[in-house]
Design a protein around this ligand. Structure first.
Ligand SMILES: CC(C)(COP(=O)(O)OP(=O)(O)OC[C@H]1O[C@@H](n2cnc3c(N)ncnc32)[C@H](O)[C@@H]1OP(=O)(O)O)[C@@H](O)C(=O)NCCC(=O)NCCS
Length: 210
């Protein structure tokens, strides 16, 4: 089935290279972005169809969507686009880069994205619209609720639970057994050794609320 990429900023472009790595570019019908000028400046290799309004021409059963919106702190925008279009009946494709490694027992909900060189170990559960970015490591029996983003190079040790929509910053490390609340933000490079409350932002080594 044909694919539509939503958003052609930084994360959208990572998805394009993932599609290329999978040999799926011919499945990509095109890209939707509210700023066509930006897409053209970036030399997007796929047809530019317009903004989200274009979807009205494509009934939900005819396409699968790819969420090209990333996050550097709040995952709200990525979550809102996903939920709005799910409510309209659209389905999101899963996208797993060919160099990512997932244990056979990993469960994945709809729209999960696992980027290049990421590793997901035995017994992990990935909720819908979860994004594991380039070289992220999610070790055994972690539970990631919907819309979580584990940014590039971040490491979750075993048995970590991450609440809905939390952002785990680039290069952060979360030690085993920690619980991170919904909507929390772990700063880049933080080392998390205590549970993090919902909505909190923590930075540093060891990570403290800021
Ligand atoms: C934690 C974070 C969200 C804070 O963002 P912010 O609220 O805009 O914070 P600011 O840049 O205004 O910095 C506020 C203070 O926190 C410090 N700080 C910010 N991020 C920090 C981090 N990751 N580690 C340690 N200190 C940090 C700043 O140095 C500054 O300190 P100061 O007041 O003494 O000068 C952000 O810096 C961050 O780490 N985001 C994650 C980015 C990421 O994961 N990108 C990958 C995308 S794939």
């Amino acid at each position: 089935m044909g694919l539509i990429l939503l958003g052609c900023g930084g994360h959208g472009r990572v998805l394009l290279s993932t599609l290329q790595g999978l040999g799926w570019m011919e499945r990509l019908l095109g890209v939707l972005d509210p700023d066509p000028q930006r897409i053209m400046q970036q030399g997007c290799p796929a047809p530019l169809l317009g903004d989200d309004g274009y979807l009205a021409r494509l009934p939900p059963p005819s396409v699968r969507l790819l969420n090209g919106i990333g996050s550097v702190r709040s995952t709200d925008k990525r979550r809102m686009v996903y939920q709005k279009l799910r409510q309209q009946g659209y389905a999101f494709a899963a996208l797993i880069h060919p160099t990512a490694w997932l244990a056979e027992s990993v469960s994945q909900a709809q729209g999960v994205q696992v980027m290049a060189a990421a590793v997901v170990q035995n017994g992990c559960q990935l909720g819908e619209n979860v994004l594991l970015n380039t070289r992220a490591v999610v070790d055994h029996e972690c539970l990631l609720q919907a819309h979580v983003h584990v940014a590039t190079g971040a490491v979750l040790c075993g048995n970590v639970e991450v609440g809905e929509g939390a952002h785990i910053g680039a290069g952060a490390t979360v030690i085993q057994g920690i619980r991170i609340g919904a909507g929390a933000c772990i700063g880049a490079g933080a080392v998390v050794v205590r549970d993090v409350p919902p909505g909190a932002t923590v930075v540093g080594v060891p990570a403290r609320e800021c």
